[in-house]
Design a protein around this ligand. Structure first.
Ligand code: ADP
Ligand code: ZN
Ligand code: MG
Length: 652
């Protein structure tokens, strides 16, 4: 079941902020280069081209007055300026003469009488030779060029092929920004700090074993994954779990974020990647953790993006080279962990075997997980005697671990504000509202009616899947809201890879897709917006059956799908060859296919309404149940006692 339309999540906002920050960084860097160039040009001017002491600068009129008053002692006339010494106006003071300078009268024309006047006033004067052609050219043209070229060289040095270090290394830009956390400084452990992530933790045990006793694995010749990718919505504890893994294995933890590798200059990121792995290898056994890897790991060669595509590609290539380059060898084991909440944008090369081939999905916790997390975060909070943790967990379906930590903290603040002795459930309730409001609907708590509807909807999918002859087995059903619009989901695991699908199998699929909507009708006699995603998928499948697979008797084995064309970067279908009449038939056939299966799903669920009831009730109680519960619900019709909930992690 899904939301009709995903609200603009917090995620997008964060993303924009990040982009803006990055852009600002580029501007700052560009500016600092410009300023550095200007300053050095100015320094050259000042240091090289200025005579030692030019004294006070006086207006030309004063110069002439002093000349007439016989105040000048010595004068040197240059092309642009006149310098010299004049008598100190304070008679008797030392020094007796003061240096001065003034701007010469502009030539040609200038002040033709000046020489005569100086002669008449009996002043020692001389003309400065014009600057030699060489020094003019040197100072005015060559030197600035050298300075500018120098800076370009610096920049290009960083661009060096494959992240060459060039001069950049001298300035430390190619240094990894990863923070090394020593094992003794890691205080987080699975046991004490991570709740509701048992499946992820179980999968990570193998990694910990390997880091602890690599020899054992080497002896057996087993293949250890080099990279582990933690996938899940924000705030579900990916960073926390990665750190705790290092804590459990007692190895150093190199923590960095993908965005730290994305710099303005091509090659910097790649140099940083190399540096980080060098450090990690020295510290091996170690865990390298790259948070938000999507910043560098986005698919290459995608749509044209302005700016530093090349930089990201080089960084990514370097990362791939590093991952491929080191053997997970027993003497110096390094495990790379990475986290992302957008696995779909990652470059497929990253996910290939031998790289991040181990993916661990971390979802929002279910009711049991939430209770564990709340207990963890209330350890240092004084709770009222009657504070019902189970109740608190039930109120927060859809909250991530971070939301729960936040809510517990807010509850303590609420209690403090009303000067209470201990935190009561009412404080927690108030805190929930604040967290929901604060996270802009990122987390949602459904009201009881909505939960019921979602439970029946998902039960409908699951039961139809179990009842149709070709339904794929249901492995898990959940009504834990998902951060990306899904209010619940039914997970079906195919038994085997399928390459061909028969008409019957496809029809069954459509029936399963519409099972959610059918269940809503059967139970509530009222439909909702929750089926839009299912309807879209069912329609799309039916369309392909009619227009691509030739499965409509009325239309026969003829292809009616339009030619796919690229237009302005989008894929559009050109179906201009299909006549209006045919189009109407296609639409009628699609509608017939879909409607038949919808009616069939409804009929199946009406026949098994007791099972539907049972399954939905189980879901409401446990939020996540395994596929076996579906079977039991069908067998008994009224299955009591209830099965324990399954600890589950959501898949995306
Ligand atoms: P992510 O990296 O997935 O965005 P974090 O690991 O940064 O999430 O989680 C942020 C904080 O939320 C953690 O520091 C912790 O306090 C809390 N938290 C998140 N998930 C859990 C969890 N499963 N158990 C306990 N605390 C959690
Ligand atoms: Zn659905
Ligand atoms: Mg994180």
């Amino acid at each position: 079941m899904s939301e009709p339309e995903a609200p603009p999540g917090k995620h997008g906002v964060e993303e924009d902020e990040k982009k803006q920050e990055r852009r600002a960084r580029y501007v700052r860097m560009g500016l600092s280069y410009l300023i550095a160039t200007m300053i050095s040009l100015w320094l050259v001017q000042v240091l090289v081209m200025t005579p030692a002491d030019r004294g006070t600068t006086i207006p030309y009129s004063e110069f002439k007055t002093k000349l007439a008053d016989h105040q000048l002692v010595k004068v040197s006339i240059g092309a642009n300026s006149i310098t010299g010494e004049m008598k100190n106006p304070k008679a008797g003071a030392t020094p007796q003469t003061l240096p001065f300078s003034t701007v010469a009268a502009p030539s040609p024309g200038g002040d033709p009488q000046l020489a005569d006047e100086l002669q008449a006033a009996n002043v020692t004067y001389q003309f400065e030779p014009p600057p030699s052609a060489f020094s003019t050219i040197f100072f005015q043209y060559i030197l600035p060029l050298v300075v500018i070229a120098g800076f370009w060289f610096l920049v290009i040095g960083r661009m060096g092929r494959g992240g060459g270090r060039g001069l950049s290394a001298v300035f430390g830009v190619g240094k990894s920004k990863a923070i090394e956390v020593k094992p003794e400084d890691i205080t987080v452990t699975y046991q004490n700090d991570v709740g509701g992530a048992d499946e992820a933790i179980a999968e990570l045990q193998e990694i910990i074993q390997f880091l602890k006793t690599p020899e054992q694995f080497a002896q057996l010749g087993g293949h250890i994954p080099k990279g582990v990718l933690l996938v899940g919505p924000p705030g579900t504890g990916k960073t926390l779990i990665a750190k705790a893994t290092a804590g459990e294995a007692h190895v150093p933890f190199f923590e960095t974020s993908g965005s730290e590798f994305v710099e303005m200059f091509v090659g910097v990121g790649a140099a940083r990647v190399r540096d980080m792995f060098e450090q990690a290898r020295k510290a091996a056994p170690a865990i390298v953790f790259i948070d938000e890897i999507d910043a560098i790991g986005q698919a290459r060669g995608g749509a044209l993006r302005l700016g530093n595509n090349e930089e990201r590609e080089q960084t990514l290539n370097q990362l791939l080279a590093e991952i491929d380059g080191f053997k997970t060898d027993a003497s110096a084991p390094v495990i790379i962990m990475a986290a992302t909440n957008r696995p779909e944008v990652l470059d497929p090369a990253l996910l290939r075997a031998g790289r991040f081939d181990r993916q661990i999905a971390i979802g929002n916790p279910d009711v049991i997980g939430r209770e564990q997390i709340l207990r963890i975060h209330s350890r240092h909070i004084k709770l009222a005697e009657e504070f019902d943790m189970d109740q608190a967990a039930r109120m927060t379906a859809g909250f991530s671990g971070a939301d729960l930590a936040n809510a517990m903290n807010e509850a303590a603040l609420f209690a403090a504000r009303r000067k209470a002795e201990a935190v009561a459930l009412t404080d927690f309730e108030a805190a929930i509202e604040r967290v929901i409001a604060g996270s802009e609907k990122k987390s949602r708590v459904m009201n009881e009616q909505e939960r019921r509807r979602v439970a029946y909807h998902e039960s409908g999918h699951a039961l139809v899947a179990a009842l149709v002859p070709h339904g794929e087995p249901v492995s898990k059903i959940s009504i834990v809201p998902h951060s990306r619009g899904a209010l619940g989901y039914t997970l079906q695991l195919p038994l085997e890879d399928r390459y061909l699908l028969t008409l019957d199998e496809l029809k069954d699929r459509i029936a399963v897709m519409l099972g959610g909507r059918a269940a809503e009708v059967v139970e509530f006699a009222m439909i909702s917006t929750g089926a839009s995603d299912d309807i879209m998928k069912a329609t799309e499948l039916a369309r392909r059956m009619v227009t691509e697979f030739g499965m409509s008797e009325r239309l026969g084995a003829v292809r009616y799908a339009g030619q796919q064309m690229q237009y302005l970067g989008k894929t559009v279908e050109d179906d201009s060859q299909i006549s209006t009449e045919t189009r109407q038939v296609i639409e009628a056939e699609i509608q017939r296919l879909v409607t038949e299966q919808y009616d069939r799903a409804q009929a199946l669920l009406k026949d098994h309404s007791a099972a539907l009831e049972t399954l939905a009730r189980q879901l409401l109680q446990h939020e996540t149940v395994s596929g076996s519960v579906v079977k039991q619900a069908l067998e008994s019709g009224q299955s009591e006692p209830l099965l324990p909930a399954v600890q589950a992690q959501a898949t995306m």
